[in-house]
Design a protein around this ligand. Structure first.
Ligand SMILES: *Cc1c(COP(=O)(O)O)cnc(C)c1O
Length: 224
């Protein structure tokens, strides 16, 4: 099942990339393993997947311990009191969404003598239920990040609202791409665009996603 799902997703990504004149090699699949157990993670890794995403530290911890060789992405809302552990275990944080979090990431990264690789999360749709900076806040936020020596901003992330017709999500993903182009600077190229989930990843790839975060299409419907 997992193998078939993965093949299907990879074909869809390749087809969407081709439609947009992109190389499929520029798109990384992040396998989202919330509610997924170790056996399936092992199976996914055996199929060649290397990037895995979790949105809650507590649930992620035992999996990170079992599979330290995999690249773990933190994709959920990050509380400042979890920063230390997240920095220790995750290779990329997709959810930098406020100044106070940046301050704590800088402080902890200094102490651990490491760097915090982050994507800035944008709330483009403006939904109240979603985290992320508004686009008008982005330029000043990025400017301020130059003052945080331990934080490496590698790109932008967003979540589109759920739509029955995924084509309706296109303006959201296109906007993230436009913001990337408008805000990129030498030393802060914002190379990564983390956008697209099960429902809308083909649209996201057409619009320039470099990281797609997929759970359901890979592992099946979540029960928990
Ligand atoms: C759960 C989750 C995903 C994956 O969602 P699916 O619809 O199951 O593919 C992607 N991104 C974030 C931030 C998530 O929390």
């Amino acid at each position: 099942m997992l193998k078939k799902n993965l093949r299907h997703i990879q074909m869809e990504i390749a087809a969407a990339a081709r439609r947009a004149g992109r190389s499929p090699s520029g798109i990384r699949l992040v396998a989202v393993t919330k509610t997924v157990g170790p056996d399936e993670i092992r199976e996914a890794a055996a199929l060649g997947l290397r990037d895995f995403g979790e949105n809650r530290l507590q649930e992620a911890k035992p999996k990170l311990q079992l599979f330290p060789e995999l690249r773990w992405h933190f994709i959920g809302h990050l509380q400042t009191n979890k920063v230390k552990e997240v920095l220790n275990a995750f290779s990329l944080i997709h959810s930098l969404d406020r100044f106070s979090l940046a301050r704590e990431l800088q402080r902890r990264a200094e102490r651990l003598d490491t760097e915090a690789r982050c994507l800035v999360q944008l709330n483009i749709s403006g939904e109240k239920s979603k985290f992320g900076l508004s686009e008008v806040e982005l330029p000043d936020f990025l400017e301020a990040m130059h003052g945080f020596s331990r934080i490496k901003i590698e790109g932008l992330m967003t979540m589109a609202p759920y739509c029955d017709d995924p084509a309706e999500t296109r303006p959201i993903f296109r906007r993230l791409r436009e913001l990337q182009e408008a805000c990129a600077r030498p030393g802060m190229e914002l190379k990564e665009l983390s956008m697209g989930m099960t429902n809308d990843y083909t649209v996201a790839v057409e619009e320039g996603a470099t990281l797609v975060r997929i759970g359901t299409a890979l592992f099946g419907k979540r029960t928990g």
